[in-house]
Design a protein around this ligand. Structure first.
Ligand code: NA7
Length: 563
C-alpha cells in the first residue's frame, strides 16, 4: 500500500503565502474533498483550465476536518473509494473493514499526488463571493486571499456536512476549560488523560467518539437530547480473501452498487418484515446485528415505508440496548422511541452502548433536565446540578446540505442571492443546478440522493454527469446551461412526494433541517434511490438536457486559449 503524505513542498508554499490571483479560466471548483478532487481530474481531462479553492491546508474535505477520536466511515472500505481508475482501486489496500479517518485522509492525499492534482489547488483559501456577470456570462469568484477569477463554470464541491453547528447554549464562551467541535478537531489531537470531559450531543460523531474518549479520560459526562439507534460495526482488520474477492470483479460490483437504492452493494432481503413469521424475522435481525453495519436496515424491503415493519426492527434494537446496558435506568434513557428507526441517520458504533457500563461514564438526559448554561467550570442543568468539566466536546452536528453553499455568497441572475432564493428551503433541478444560476453546478446538492447514499458513488455520478454536460456544451458551442423554473418546480414536487411516501419526514432530523432553529423544514435529499436517480439523470441528458435551457455562444475556450 502506498501511504504518501501530502506533497510537503506544495503545502509549504501555501503556508508561506502567495500573491492573489486574477485570471479568466474555464472553471472554478470550490472544495478539495473527494468531489472537488475528482471534478478537477475530469475537467482537466477536457483540457479546461481549472482552479480549485480549498479552505483547509490539505485535501480530504470531511476527512480533513473531522479528526475526532474514533472517526470512521460507516460504508465498508471496499466500497468507500473511487471507482474511476482501475489501477487506483487495485493498488490501494485498506487495512480495516471500515476505514478510520486517518487512513481515508491518506487515501485522499494519495489520489491528489497520483493524479498530480495539487498544482491547481489553492489551499487555505476560502471563497467569499460567487457572482454571475450577466454581460460577460461568466462567474466571478472571490476569495479571502484577494483572488478574483472569472470562470465560465463554477462547481460547488463544498460537501453536505461541512458547516459545523455551534449550539446556542448560554455561557459557552465563559467556559474556563477547552472546547472542541468534532467537525473542527485539532490536527495535533487532544490528550484527555486525567480530564473530565463533557460531551454534548449523541449523533453519529458522538457515538464514535465517546467510547474512545472514555478509555482515556478520568470521567465522561454525556449530555443526550435524542437517543439514537446504533448498530455495532463489527469492525476488524481487512480480510485478505474478502479483499481479493472484491478485487477479482471490482468493475462488476461497482456497476451493481450503482443500481442499488443507496449505492451500497449489500444483501437486500426482498421480503417485507410482516410477511414472515416472527421467528424468521428475529433470525434475520439477529444475523444482521451479528454481521454489523448499516446492512441491518436491509433486513427487510419495507423498513423505510411500513410503520409496523419498522417497529419490529426498532424493537429488536431496543432489546439489544437493554441487554447490553447493565443499569436499567440508563438503558431506558438510551432507548430511541419517538421516531422510526433509520429516519434519523442510523449510526454504526464500536462499543457505544457498552461504554455506559463503565464507572467513569455518566449519562445526562437533557430532555428531563435541560442544559441551562455552560459555566466557567462545567455544565449546569435545570435540576440545579453542576456537572464539572475540564473539556467540552460539542458533537452538535452541521448545518447540513445547504450550510456551506449559502456561506459562499452566491449571487445569480439580477443579483439574486442563493440565500434569498432558498429562503423557504432549497430548490434545485436534480440537485445539480438551480434556476437563475446558469453554469453553476452543485455536487451532491439538495434534491439528489447525496447523504442517503454512499457518497463516493453519488460524487462520481454527479462529476461524470457534469463532465459530460460540459463536453456536450463545448461540442455544440453552447455558452450557458440553466435549469428552467418549470423543471425545477416539477423536481421539487416529485422529490417531496417521494419523501412523504416514506417514514423519513416523521423524524426531526438534519435531513429535514430540523436541527437548525429557523431553518425551513424540507426533506432535502432525494429518497427515490441512487439507481433510479441515475437513470433519470442519464435520460434527461440523452434527451438533450431536458428541463435545462441551453443558450448558444462562442465555443468554450480551451486552457491553451486562456494562457
Ligand atoms: P448530528 O447527527 O446532527 O448529531 C448532533 C447531536 O447533537 C444530536 O444528538 C443533537 O441532538 C445534539 N445537539 C445539538 N444541539 C444540541 C444542544 N443545544 N443541546 C443538546 N444536544 C444538542 O451530527 P453528527 O456530527 O453526530 O453526525 C452528522 C453526520 O456526520 C452523521 O450522520 C454522519 O453522516 C456523519 P438532537 O438529535 O438534535 O436532539
Amino acid at each position: 500500500m502506498s501511504e504518501m503524505q501530502p506533497n510537503a513542498e506544495a503545502v509549504a508554499n501555501d503556508r508561506h503565502g502567495r500573491d492573489p490571483e486574477t485570471a479568466t479560466l474555464d472553471a472554478v471548483v470550490v472544495g478539495a474533498g473527494f468531489a472537488g478532487l475528482y471534478m478537477l481530474h475530469r475537467l482537466r481531462g477536457l483540457d479546461l483550465s481549472v482552479r480549485v479553492f480549498e479552505a483547509g491546508e490539505g485535501v480530504g474535505g470531511t476527512w480533513y476536518w473531522n479528526r475526532y477520536p474514533g472517526a470512521r466511515c460507516d460504508v465498508e472500505s471496499m466500497q468507500y473509494s473511487y471507482s474511476f481508475s482501475e489501477e487506483l482501486q487495485r493498488e490501494w489496500r485498506w487495512s480495516e473493514r471500515f476505514s478510520g479517518q486517518p487512513e481515508i485522509l491518506r487515501y485522499a492525499n494519495h489520489v491528489a499526488d497520483r493524479f498530480d492534482l495539487r498544482r491547481d489547488i489553492r489551499f487555505e483559501t476560502r471563497v467569499t463571493a460567487v457572482t454571475w456577470d450577466e454581460t460577460a456570462e461568466l462567474w466571478t469568484v472571490e476569495t479571502d486571499r484577494g483572488d478574483r477569477i472569472a470562470a465560465r463554470f463554477c462547481v460547488m464541491a463544498t460537501g453536505c456536512l461541512s458547516a459545523a453547528r455551534m449550539p446556542d447554549i448560554p455561557g459557552l464562551a465563559s467556559f474556563g476549560g477547552d472546547t472542541y467541535h468534532t467537525g473542527h478537531w485539532p490536527h495535533e489531537g487532544v490528550d484527555f488523560t486525567g480530564r473530565r470531559v463533557a460531551v454534548i450531543g449523541t449523533g453519529s460523531s458522538a457515538i464514535q467518539a465517546i467510547p474512545v474518549i472514555a478509555e482515556q479520560a478520568a470521567h465522561v459526562t454525556v449530555f443526550q437530547r435524542t437517543p439514537n439507534f446504533s448498530i455495532p460495526s463489527r469492525n476488524k482488520p481487512m480480510d485478505d480473501e474478502y479483499e481479493a474477492l472484491w478485487k477479482s470483479d471490482y468493475t462488476a460490483r461497482r456497476l451493481k452498487a450503482r443500481t442499488m437504492r443507496n449505492g451500497i452493494l449489500y444483501d437486500l432481503n426482498p421480503k417485507g418484515a410482516m410477511d414472515v413469521p416472527e421467528e424468521e424475522r428475529r433470525r434475520e435481525y439477529e444475523s444482521r446485528w451479528l454481521a454489523g453495519g448499516t446492512a441491518f436496515m436491509a433486513a427487510f424491503s419495507n423498513l423505510a415505508t411500513c410503520a409496523d415493519s419498522n417497529q419490529t426492527a426498532a424493537e429488536f434494537v431496543r432489546a439489544q440496548i437493554r441487554s447490553i446496558v447493565r443499569d436499567p435506568a440508563v438503558a431506558e434513557a438510551l432507548l430511541p422511541r419517538d421516531y422510526p428507526i433509520g429516519t434519523k441517520r442510523i449510526c454504526v458504533d464500536s462499543d457505544y452502548f457498552e461504554t455506559f457500563n463503565r464507572d467513569n461514564v455518566t449519562l445526562v438526559d437533557v430532555r428531563k433536565t435541560p442544559i441551562e448554561a455552560v459555566t466557567p467550570t462545567g455544565v449546569r442543568t435545570s435540576d440545579g446540578s453542576d456537572h464539572g468539566a475540564d473539556s467540552i466536546v460539542l458533537a452538535t452536528g452541521f448545518d447540513a446540505m445547504t450550510g456551506a453553499l449559502l456561506k459562499a455568497g452566491i449571487r445569480g441572475r439580477s443579483g439574486l442571492a442563493l440565500a434569498d432564493k432558498w429562503e423557504a428551503g432549497p430548490r434545485t433541478y436534480l440537485g445539480l443546478m438551480t434556476a437563475g444560476f446558469p453554469n453553476l453546478f452543485l455536487i451532491t446538492g439538495p434534491g439528489s440522493p447525496s447523504v442517503l447514499s454512499n457518497m463516493m458513488v453519488s460524487i462520481e455520478q454527479h462529476v461524470d454527469w457534469v463532465t459530460d454536460c460540459v463536453a456536450h456544451m463545448r461540442a455544440r458551442g453552447v455558452q450557458t446551461i440553466e435549469a428552467t423554473e418549470e423543471a425545477e418546480d416539477a423536481w421539487v414536487a416529485h422529490a417531496n412526494e417521494v419523501a412523504f411516501r416514506t417514514l423519513y419526514p416523521q423524524a426531526n432530523s438534519w435531513y429535514m433541517g430540523a436541527n437548525i432553529p429557523g431553518k425551513p423544514r424540507v426533506f432535502m435529499p432525494y429518497i427515490g434511490g441512487v439507481g433510479v436517480y441515475r437513470e433519470k439523470c442519464d435520460e434527461i441528458a440523452a434527451k438533450g438536457y431536458e428541463g435545462f435551457r441551453l443558450s448558444a455562444g462562442p465555443a468554450l475556450r480551451t486552457s491553451e486559449a486562456a494562457e
